[in-house]
Design a protein around this ligand. Sequence first.
Ligand SMILES: [Zn+2]
Ligand SMILES: [Zn+2]
Length: 312
Amino acid sequence: MALPLPLSPCAKRDGINNCDHFEYASSMATTLLAPVKTEQDILKHSMYEDDPNENTQLPSEVGSEPRWGPRHRGAQELAELYSPGKRLQEWVCVLLCCTLCLMAGLLMMKYIRPDASLLLAALAGVLTADFASGLVHWAADTWGAVDLPLIGKNFLRPFREHHIDPTSITRHDFIETNGDNFAITIPVLAKIVWQLLTYNVEAIHEQFHWISYWYLCCIFVAMTNQIHKWSHTYFGLPAWVIWLQEWHIVLPRRHHRIHHVAPHETYFCITTGWLNWPLEKLHFWSTLEAIIEVLTGCKPRADDMKWAQKRS
Ligand SMILES: [Zn+2]
Ligand SMILES: [Zn+2]
């Protein structure tokens, strides 16, 4: 079985047919070691986000209608559905979440003790956030439609837009990028603040591992779309963000490209991305989709495909 070697980020797209010399035969290769998407999959079936001048268009695509990007008809229609009401909801959620997060952090400070179990609780919180990001992202990408009442325009629309214009997220400001994720954490942060304000000291000490777990989980859930935005930003990122990406503390750019290979059926976790590989090897998402399809008759990603094919 032949395995492609990892190529550099901008491995020459115009030399795509000559990629064979990057491959090597390995009798030791197993399915486990096979890459989830090859370099050729990535180059052929995702947008070239690291090339704003589109100099790397494959010869077969030059002159045809855009498959991705801001000039795609579906992307333009979806962008126009962003409403002032939605904007207001995002503003309120960002302000509320920041206030609660700051209050909880300040109230927690006097209870923090350096110990391994606290570190483990915090780490479990980050892993939970990564899994939650995958679950919500998978559900929104795979099921439902933009014309559904309430959730369609407000919550599913950005997921559809993101697949056909992945770089649009880099043009969204802080409020539009983070409003929805900040909203999810509000009830949990409110509960943490209420516990810290009303419980006695012994009860807080007893509950402190859980409080730390949920607090870290909320911070990473809230930060998920900002981290996701960084993973699509190929120019002008601060050095410390690049450092976090290179050490895979947050979602790295090359790692997230795997999700953006059409038809967008894997690597849904977008906080740290730590769970993407194990979930893929366990066939977690495809099994879940098969069960839901049998039970409901709904086809996964039908609405996503409809928007991707819009040309006029
Ligand atoms: Zn997606
Ligand atoms: Zn993305």
